[in-house]
Design a protein around this ligand. Structure first.
Ligand code: S3P
Ligand code: PEP
Length: 434
């Protein structure tokens, strides 16, 4: 394998920019946005709250840039219903916005979305004075009735289940009359890189954020400047392609790798050499080549990189320990249980620990890799299938949550036949299996 891959825009950046554009003081432009299920759900949500999102003309085959006109004071008609799908960024970031808009907004999502942690944001919105009806469940579905303004001020929450509770409140805090002084109280907040990303994008649009005291964030009330910004490629989604080089001993290049970034996916540059791969960033081109052996290692706080990393560790010749990821039990699926079940289902040796995974070397064999509607489980299965004969990934289409046409990109990079075309040719009814 010697391939170059173009990685679509970052989900986390695209959805933050969409929220901020909806709150800004004038129209904003978002260039090279991600166009995937999670960003489409975000756009639909903002449209139903009264923002106007226009696609600008684009060359055929390119993703259109977006012009966003902020929420109008008269907002979209209420009551309105917002589908969160399985998108954490939609179910956590949009409810505080709905609280700023007059009328009632109902939130719901995919069946598993009803099991993702929401209690901290529900409690916080009530403490901010909003009427929120969740039938006592502390999760989706719920309705919020906004009165057109939120006073804000001091607020304490427990964000140990998801960093997105903090990001959600910080993103709108400048629009609260008294701003926001948010404090986290509880076990450590996970995915701190994502909070750093929130703070950085807020500063980029003129919002004053004081994060000098750990677990405290102060947002000065004020305007959010309109902006014109280009979205970085999604470095977490670059992971499976880089992993393809690592497991096959080949080479993969990714263009437009940012020199500085808050994306957790930039950590591939330090993680992959520990596994025995070589990594080189030359200008904005990242090149990863697999080494002669794939070693395991100990990795802390890898957040959304963990499923990809677990697939690599399942192929390693020495044991691996992944720590600081207990909160993955509340992601698209219980990722710790799912990874253990699926790696072991192929003959692997993985076990759950209190806050992560222990993966020992084992010879893997073929079988169906179940994906539980989780895009990162699907890409983990695809990595294993590159070197283990007879692995079938169930519902590869679930990758559309954050990546358009993963099967086509994977086929192009790995030099394998396009899986869906293969299925068509064989008329085997294997639709959706990779
Ligand atoms: O704010 C964000 O964009 C995200 C934060 C993280 O959530 P958690 O803190 O729940 O892990 C991450 O896992 C998710 O993929 C995206
Ligand atoms: C945890 C993830 O997503 P979400 O934004 O839905 O929380 C993820 O993409 O790995």
């Amino acid at each position: 394998m010697d391939a170059e891959v173009s990685i679509p825009g970052s989900k986390s950046l695209t959805n933050r920019f969409l929220i901020l554009a909806a709150l800004a003081d004038g129209p904003s432009i978002i260039r090279r946005p991600l166009a995937s299920r999670d960003t489409a759900l975000m756009i639909d949500a903002l449209r139903s709250l009264g923002a106007v999102v226009e696609e600008l003309p684009a060359d055929s085959g390119s993703v259109p840039d977006l012009r966003v006109h902020p929420l109008a004071p008269d907002s979209g008609p209420a009551p309105r219903t917002i589908d969160c799908g399985l998108a954490g960024t939609v179910m956590r970031f949009v409810p505080p916005l709905a609280g700023l808009v007059p009328g009632t907004t109902v939130f719901d999502g995919d069946p598993h979305a009803r099991r993702r942690p929401m209690d901290s944001i529900i409690t916080a919105l009530r403490e901010l004075g909003l009427h929120l009806d969740d039938a006592g469940a502390g999760s989706l579905p719920f309705s919020i009735t906004g009165g057109g303004g939120i006073r804000g001020g001091r607020l304490a929450i427990d964000a140990s289940a998801s960093s997105q509770f903090v990001s959600a409140l910080l993103l709108v805090g400048a629009r609260f009359t008294d701003g926001l002084h948010l404090e986290h109280v509880g076990a450590p907040v996970p995915s701190l890189d994502h909070i750093r990303m929130t703070v950085e994008v807020l500063r980029a649009v003129g919002v004053a954020v004081d994060d000098s005291v750990p677990n405290h964030w102060r947002i000065t009330p004020g305007k959010i400047n309109p902006f014109d910004i280009t979205v970085e490629p999604d470095l977490s989604n670059a992971g499976p392609f880089l992993a393809a080089a690592v497991v096959t001993g080949g080479t993969v290049r990714v263009r437009h790798w940012p020199g500085t970034t808050t994306q957790v996916g930039d950590r591939w540059r330090s993680i992959l050499p520990l596994l025995g791969a070589s990594v080189d960033l030359d200008g904005d081109v990242l090149t990863v080549s697999g080494g002669p052996t794939l070693r395991g290692g100990s990795f802390a706080d890898t957040s959304e990189l963990a499923p990809t990393l677990a697939a690599l560790c399942a192929l390693a010749t020495t044991p691996s320990m992944l720590t600081g990821i207990a909160h993955l039990r509340g992601h698209e699926t219980d990722r710790l249980a799912a990874l253990v079940a699926e790696i072991n289902g192929l003959g692997g040796d993985a076990e759950e620990t209190a806050d992560g995974l222990l993966i020992r070397p084992a010879a893997l064999h073929g079988g169906v890799f179940h994906t539980y509607d989780d895009h990162r489980m699907a890409t983990a299965g695809a990595i294993l299938g590159l070197v283990v004969e007879g692995v079938e990934v169930e519902n590869i289409g679930t990758t559309a949550k954050t990546m358009p046409d993963f099967p086509g990109r994977w086929a192009a990079v790995t030099g394998t036949a396009h899986p869906l075309r293969q299925a068509e040719n064989a008329s085997s009814g294997a639709d959706g299996l990779l």
